[in-house]
Ligand binder design. Structure first.
Ligand code: NAD
Length: 420
């Protein structure tokens, strides 16, 4: 399997690798299923002009890739970042449709972005640019067609702007045309902590399968941001001991356990875990290889490499981040018998609660936080069970089983509706 080429090429190669045992081309000849499943339905590439506060005009490239809607309307985030490329957006849209199929929610996959140094814009410029994007996309997005959500550098504020601009353009209201909105504009309770919480849920299921008692288990979290901290909160509630936490500035250690709530408050106040009372700084290179039971990578992609994988001592890894493990490392960890709950399952709590937000918007009836979290946990635990049973039966990894379950669901829908 190729590890060279663009991000999208690698995503495609990965898909074909995991699809191989399903033998789709032989079982369904003459349908070009591989091509159909690995190329996007529609690519929207536009130029966005923005009038700056000083009256000058700047021009930005923007994209929305609608990859696959066999299982339901397209769904996926919007990324506003200088490094956004069409290639990256295609890869992210591709992974989105796998992820929604893994957790069996009635969505397809999409992604969008603007190639812009968003943080350098004034507030008014940010609002104009976001609303312009919503207006340009107005006929392609909507509650029954394609539902954007936040991603890098976008959040509830941008979703509120999108929703307003879309309503003014289309002349009708539907809160469900975006998710990740502020609570008072139709957002869902539980969305903020959903990804970390879901990661903890799937990790605990894996621990039960492996006979690892979470009580007293040593936990390491790389990337103590949104996903990492809420995974730590839930695992600490089950008795796990957070011994190492890191962020982009520092890594800290306390063999007796870091107080998770106090660490969150400290990081919110100071901007980093560095200098947390009672901890000692360690080399960031030690984070992945420290003796522990549970390891949660929750920062960036490609950080567990073939060099690091042989030294990892954790019993279970749950990938809160997207793509934290390189493909070479995936094989090494599998051979070493280390359980890895893959990103497409471990971080799917976020999109699952986005789905619940959309459901609540359609009925205009809102659930409590406990209702949202309970339903999310049930869905993720159920998805984990199906995937783990399949992995056991076929003596394969959770990742391979997750991809196979997802691909089969999409193929079934595509064939039943007719592949035209
Ligand atoms: P975040 O910005 O809140 O947190 C990321 C954390 O990682 C920050 O604390 C940052 O300092 C730290 N970090 C950055 N570089 C690091 C490094 N080299 N070493 C250690 N720490 C480093 O982001 P987030 O929303 O928690 O997202 C984290 C990951 O989870 C990303 O891969 C994201 O795609 C994935 N994810 C998040 C969600 C969600 O709902 N938040 C959903 C799905 C996937």
């Amino acid at each position: 399997m190729s590890t060279n080429g663009s991000v999208f090429d690698r995503a495609r190669a990965l898909f074909l690798h995991y699809a191989e045992p399903l033998d789709l081309e032989r079982r369904y000849p003459g349908l070009e299923l591989h091509k159909r499943l690995t190329s996007p339905d529609k690519i929207i590439a536009v130029r966005l002009s923005l009038q700056k506060d000083d009256g000058t005009i700047r021009v930005y490239d923007a994209f929305r890739v609608q990859f696959n809607d066999d299982l339901g309307p397209y769904k996926g985030g919007l990324r506003f970042h200088p490094q956004v490329t069409l290639d990256e957006v295609q890869a992210l849209a591709f992974w989105m449709y796998i992820k929604t199929a893994v957790v069996n929610i009635p969505f397809g996959g999409a992604k969008g972005g603007i190639t812009v140094d968003y943080k350098s814009l004034s507030l008014a410029e940010k609002e104009r640019l976001t609303k312009k994007f919503a207006i340009v996309l107005a006929n392609d997005i909507g509650e029954n067609t394609d539902i954007p959500a936040p991603d890098v550098n976008t959040g509830p504020r941008e979703m509120a702007w999108m929703s307003h601009a879309w309503r003014m353009t289309r002349g009708r209201y539907h809160r469900g045309m975006v998710t990740g909105k502020p609570l008072h504009l139709g957002g869902s309770e539980g969305r903020v902590e959903a990804t970390g919480h879901g990661c903890a849920t799937t990790l605990l299921e894996a621990a039960r399968d492996q006979g690892v008692d979470p009580h007293g288990a040593k936990l390491v979290v790389q990337g103590f941001g949104n996903a990492g901290r809420y995974a730590a909160v839930e695992l600490a509630k089950r008795g796990a001991k957070l011994i190492i936490a890191s962020d982009s500035r520092a890594a800290i250690h306390n063999p007796d356990g870091l107080d998770v709530d106090a660490l969150i408050a400290f990081k919110d106040r100071t901007g980093s875990v560095a200098g947390f009372p009672g901890s000692r700084p360690i080399d960031p290179g030690e984070v992945f290889v420290a003796p522990c039971d549970f390891l949660v990578p929750a920062a960036l992609e490609d950080c567990i490499t073939a060099e690091i994988a042989p030294k990892i001592q954790a019993k279970i890894i749950a990938e809160a981040a997207n793509g934290p493990t390189t493909q070479d490392a995936v094989h090494i960890l599998f051979k070493r018998g280390i359980t890895v709950v893959p990103d497409v399952l471990a971080n799917a709590g976020g999109v699952t609660v986005s789905y619940f937000e959309w459901v609540q918007n359609r009925q205009e009836y809102y659930w409590t936080r406990d209702e949202v979290i309970d339903r999310m946990n049930a869905r993720l635990a159920n998805a984990y069970r199906q995937i783990a049973d399949r992995a056991k039966e076929e003596k394969t990894s959770l990742r391979q089983a997750a991809y196979q379950c997802a691909i089969e669901r999409v193929v079934r829908a595509a064939l039943e509706r007719g592949a035209q």
